[in-house]
Design a protein around this ligand. Structure first.
Ligand code: GAF
Length: 388
């Protein structure tokens, strides 16, 4: 959608003219899955699929939200209302959390607004529409009220919104990627220290293809929180003998030597993934820097294997996409991304094979799963910003 169309939609919805238009990207993650809340590394990038927002300030204290993607009414609440929303209004929590945490710090947020949002990425696609929305809200309020808040602080508030308003005990990767994204680069982020480095996604003759499973409903949130708890419990047991704060501090050999302390099959598998995935991420970014794309591809495949067998967050839709990608000509690597259970996968595919790839994997997926996957060639872009 272009800016004019979005402004027209705003006017139709609220009966007056909107002031500014923003875009907040979703994200992919090259490698480093379920490592963020384990104090490990991630390697995500912001993409050209995300959420638009049209903003208009109001004199009263009401926030009025309308989503062009959801079949529903305007959701309205007061800026000082901090209750968690349930049912049909649940999606307002992504905004409410951000407003609440910003108002805790800045007392000049004294009036409400109208906001029309429209996503060009499918919800539930595992491409972080929720983080995109949180960061959209953060950047809009930062601009409107001239807040002296930096982007990383906004990412932290987004994570807190997930944890406390949405009930997902997520790490910081998604918000960080959406708001700190840089054109044509991925972000190599240490989630323990929040030190980061931009690395050009120099893929030469290859491109990243996003594959959305379109799986309708998952119970991803409760299974996600189970994984967080299992890793936490494993860490507690390892700390009887190891002086560590997170699983991300361990290398594979040390984990191997001390895993006996965990003494629980599920927790051993979860922690083994957290440790090995972090180590893979370190190796993958080295491979990327050294231009060894084949190695990067193998590590991406290994990530999927570990997410399948040790972390058990893939499922038949994501496995069908990844495993059949591996078998296609011109593919360096493929894996699920995000929380898992549904959502999306990525494949690194030779540009000249891309159309063939989509056709072949698309057909296998439809035959096996019974409905279509969607394929996207997204661009890697800058983080959340106003559209001029
Ligand atoms: C979801 C979470 F929101 C992230 O914090 C991250 O843990 C990811 O799953 C898995 O790597 O997107």
């Amino acid at each position: 959608m272009n800016k004019e169309e979005l402004l027209t939609e705003y006017e139709k919805t609220f009966g007056e003219k909107g002031q500014d238009v923003f875009f907040s990207p979703g994200r992919i993650n090259v490698i480093g899955e379920h490592t963020d809340y384990n104090g490990g590394h991630v390697f995500p990038a912001a993409i050209s699929l995300g959420v638009y927002g049209v903003y208009g300030p109001k004199d009263d204290k009401k926030v009025r939200l309308f989503s062009g993607n959801v079949d529903g009414d305007i959701v309205e609440f007061d800026i000082d209302d901090t209750t968690v929303e349930k049912g049909d209004r649940f999606w307002a929590n992504y905004f409410k959390g951000m407003i609440t945490y910003l108002r805790e710090k800045y007392d000049n947020i004294d009036h409400g607004f109208n906001l029309y949002i429209k996503a060009n990425l499918p919800s539930g696609s595992g491409l972080s529409s929720s983080a995109a929305i949180e960061m959209l809200m953060g950047i809009i309020l930062k601009g409107e009220f001239n807040l002296d808040v930096d982007r990383i602080a906004l990412a932290k508030m987004g994570q807190r919104t997930e944890n406390e308003f949405v009930g997902l005990n997520s790490g910081i990767m998604d918000q960080f990627a959406c708001i700190m994204g840089k054109k044509d680069s991925a972000i190599f982020l240490d989630c323990n220290t929040l030190k980061y480095e931009y690395m050009p996604l120099a893929l030469g003759d290859y491109e990243i293809i996003i594959m959305a499973t379109n799986k309708p409903h998952t119970l991803a949130d409760s299974a996600y929180n189970d994984r967080v708890r299992e890793c936490h419990d494993a860490l507690k047991k390892l700390r009887q003998k190891l002086d560590i704060k997170s699983l991300g501090e361990l290398d594979n050999d040390t984990f191997d030597e001390y895993a006996y302390l965990i003494n629980d099959e599920t927790e051993i598998k979860r922690a083994r993934h957290a440790v090995s995935e972090n180590q893979r991420t370190l190796r993958a970014t080295k491979a990327m820097k050294g231009g060894d794309l084949e190695k990067l591809g193998r590590l991406i495949n290994a990530s999927h294997i570990s997410l399948h067998y040790d972390y058990e967050v893939t499922g038949k839709e994501l496995d069908t996409l990844a495993e059949n990608s591996w078998a296609q000509p011109g593919v360096l690597g493929a894996r699920m991304i995000g929380g898992g259970f549904g959502g999306s996968a990525i494949a690194i595919v030779k540009k000249s094979e891309a159309e063939n790839f989509k056709k072949n994997v698309g057909k296998i997926y439809r035959d096996k799963i019974g409905y279509d996957a969607s394929f996207y060639d997204a661009e890697i872009i800058d983080g959340t910003k106003k559209i001029n």
